[in-house]
Design a protein around this ligand. Structure first.
Ligand code: PMT
Length: 403
């Protein structure tokens, strides 16, 4: 595992040396990049001695030592060579630059060129940590899918006591190494994800639908891809961009979604049904637009096929994960749907308030075939997606161990 370790300019910079050592003991290859401010606190030589590699100290210094044109584009090469991007201490200034895409030194430039997982361990004065500007920056970085290793409460170098002290190097190293292992834990799997709403025509210009934006399902597809899976994303009509490197299968109606899923069932080893499929459709939509003639219009609706139940009957040894969007009795309904639809996991989602449909964050409960209920507290949909896969893999091991 190749880790690019950025060191920011704070009093806690010296702890990054311990972090570099812990990462190397965990089997990582570490390339350190120091900001100019960091070098005021610790000498690059400390990190060079620990990692056995030249430390990158500015945009025009090269890890190979020669100041050539190639060193001027080294931030791109460094971003490509490393699978993880960790920063400790991540100062308020660095968080603001990352959040806003500023690129005025090697570390911030490499950040923009980097496409893999990012883990940030902030450290700063309590008031700076609690300032609305920092809160907003942290939220934006979390929404981008980055992991924040929360600072601890305690006595700070500025003389204050409160939140802002860098998490322990061991805790940061554990978070970085766990992220590295996650990178490949879905390799060899084909994950079939359904996302978004369906649209059920009333006539050629009108349809029945719901408020699903596709954000939850697309976050699941992105997480699965980032962890090494092949991903097939069967999506109802949405207005968001599909994640990179997934096979997108656009559909419109529940019947189309059913056909698209069943056609690809043989390929899938894990199925996640996060789509908000319409439960009813107009039996026989007319071919021409319905005219506004009568005072009252009655639509006759038939149930759509229950795709999840059909998958439950044909699941074999696949891991089948369904969703339950509920406005009350979340745990009970999640476990009921787990049983009736023969799933391995149901992600229970309380909807109707601020979370669920069309929100960037979510809060869910995971009802598992083992009978457990795992609450997942409010987080970005991308972070929730990772928790779903963490628990799904743990569940599969537990189910295998039972056999
Ligand atoms: O898309 P977002 O805006 O991000 O919102 C996310 C979400 C709220 C849509 C998502 O988190 C969610 O809860 N998805 C499930 C919505 C739903 O249809 O729930 P349900 O309880 O009605 O259905 C239970 C399960 O059966 C779901 O897995 C659903 O995909 C499936 N189903 C339902 C009806 C049907 N005809 N066929 C199905 O397969």
């Amino acid at each position: 595992m190749n880790v690019l370790l950025g060191v920011g300019g704070g009093i806690a910079a010296y702890k990054a040396a311990e972090l570099a050592r812990a990462l190397m003991e965990g089997g990582a290859r570490v390339q350190v990049v120091m900001t100019a401010a960091a070098q005021e606190f610790v000498r690059p030589l400390t990190f060079a001695a620990l990692t056995g590699r030249k430390v990158i100290t500015d945009l025009f210094s090269s890890a190979s030592g020669d100041a050539t044109l190639s060193s001027a584009v080294e931030h791109i090469a460094v971003a490509q060579e490393n699978g993880l991007f960790a920063v400790a201490p991540a100062t308020a200034d660095l968080l603001a630059k990352f959040a806003n895409g500023l690129a005025d030194d090697f570390l911030t430039t490499a950040y923009l060129a980097f496409t893999g997982p990012v883990i940030l361990a902030p450290a700063m004065n309590t008031n700076m940590w609690l300032h609305p500007a920092t809160r907003e920056n942290v939220k934006r970085l979390r929404d981008r899918g980055h992991r924040i290793v929360e600072p601890e409460e305690g006595y700070l170098a500025c003389g204050m006591t409160g939140a802002g002290r860098l998490a322990s190097p061991d805790a940061i190293a554990r978070a970085v190494l766990a992220e590295g292992n996650r990178r490949s834990d879905l390799e060899g799997e084909t994950v079939l994800v359904t996302a978004g709403p369906t649209q059920e025509p009333i006539d050629p210009v009108r349809y029945l639908t719901n408020r699903s934006s596709g954000k939850m399902g697309y976050a699941i597809a992105e997480a699965a891809r980032a962890r090494g899976a092949r991903v097939i994303l069967v999506s109802g009509p949405v207005h968001i961009q599909a994640p990179r490197d997934v096979t997108l299968v656009p559909v419109r109606t529940a019947n189309e979604m059913r056909a698209a899923v069943l056609d690809r069932l043989d390929k899938a080893t894990i199925i996640v049904k996060s789509a908000a499929v319409a439960d009813f459709h107009v039996s026989r939509p007319p071919e021409q637009k319905i005219k506004k003639t009568a005072a009252r219009l009655t639509l006759e609706l038939d149930p759509t096929p229950d795709i999840l139940s059909e998958l439950g009957r044909r699941k074999g040894d696949r891991l089948l994960i369904g969703f339950a969007a509920e406005t009350e009795n979340l745990n009970r309904e999640a476990h009921r749907k787990l049983e009736t639809k023969n799933c391995d996991m149901i992600v229970g989602n309380l909807v109707g308030g601020a979370l669920g449909f069309d929100s960037d964050e979510n809060e869910v409960v995971l009802a598992l075939r083992t009978g457990e209920t795992v609450p997942v507290e409010r987080a970005s949909k991308r972070a929730i997606a990772d928790r779903i896969f963490d628990e799904a893999l743990r569940l599969r091991q537990a189910l295998h161990a039972r056999q």
